[in-house]
Design a protein around this ligand. Structure first.
Ligand SMILES: Nc1ncnc2c1ncn2[C@@H]1O[C@H](COP(=O)(O)OP(=O)(O)OP(=O)(O)O)[C@@H](O)[C@H]1O
Ligand SMILES: [Mg+2]
Length: 230
């Protein structure tokens, strides 16, 4: 099943010196079952592309469809519903709410979606899966950079998204914990969540089934060898 479809997607930023093209005529699709890595130099446009896929940024031209629906045609309510119920997003930067503890940050999407129950046991389970058992009551200021990132990962998985958009999910995280997170991603992918991940960590690429390279805003698909290495 086709989940995300990008058609000739371009994003320009206005700068004092004129306009700058961060994403250039990008065409690709994500199907259910996909675990896609996007690699590419800093500044090549990966986050810009993921922000557009998450509906947080509009393309200057081109179209993005989710399950066949044009994001640009959705009203705020439909977009909020999509973001809370179908998509999980792990942004590159810090994104936790400072005045909520780790457990409540993870539970937040649950409340936004008005699910039954209070979400406590699922949030606890997710925190355990990202290696944060015992940190439920810690506030973001009391967590390390990698721990904050892992809370954001748990939060993105709270509502069992169809598509997980992960921007540098293992930046700031040690090798062992990174492997744990990639194993978790492999499991959730098998269980029905497609993954689109931007990463600088080449070891992560081997966990996926497809690989894209972003270069000066252009996206090309690369072959993955059988071992998943470049
Ligand atoms: N709001 C903005 N206004 C102007 N230029 C921007 C804006 N956001 C990003 N850019 C520029 O667009 C280009 C792509 O940025 P983007 O964040 O998408 O890169 P990236 O591939 O995610 O990099 P990194 O690997 O460092 O995260 C960069 O040159 C950046 O300076
Ligand atoms: Mg980025």
């Amino acid at each position: 099943m086709m989940l995300l479809q990008c058609e000739h997607v371009t994003r320009k930023y206005q700068k004092s010196a004129g306009s700058f093209t961060a994403v250039r005529q990008v065409d690709f699709c994500v199907h259910s079952g996909d675990f896609i890595s996007i690699i590419g130099k800093s500044g090549s446009g990966k986050s810009t592309l993921l922000n557009m896929a998450a509906g947080l940024l509009r393309p200057t031209s081109g179209k993005i469809l989710f399950e066949g629906n044009d994001l640009a045609a959705m009203d705020a309510r439909a977009m909020a519903h999509l973001r809370n119920s179908r998509l999980g997003y792990i942004p590159q930067g810090l994104s936790l709410l400072a005045n909520l503890n780790a457990l409540d940050n993870v539970r937040l999407p649950h409340f936004l979606q008005k699910h039954e129950g209070n979400g406590v046991s699922r949030a606890q389970e997710l925190l355990e899966q990202v290696g944060l058992r015992g940190k439920e009551n810690s506030y973001p200021a009391e967590l390390s950079g990698g721990e904050v990132k892992r809370v954001a990962i748990a939060r993105a998985l709270m509502n069992e998204p169809l598509l997980l958009l992960a921007d540098e999910p293992t930046g700031d995280i040690d090798v062992e914990t990174t492997q744990g997170i990639m194993d978790l991603f492999s499991t959730i992918c098998r269980d029905g969540t497609a993954i689109l991940m931007a990463t600088h960590d080449l070891d992560n690429v081997g966990y996926g089934n497809r690989l894209f390279q972003m270069s000066s805003g252009s996206l090309t698909e690369e072959k993955l060898s059988e071992k998943g290495r470049l």
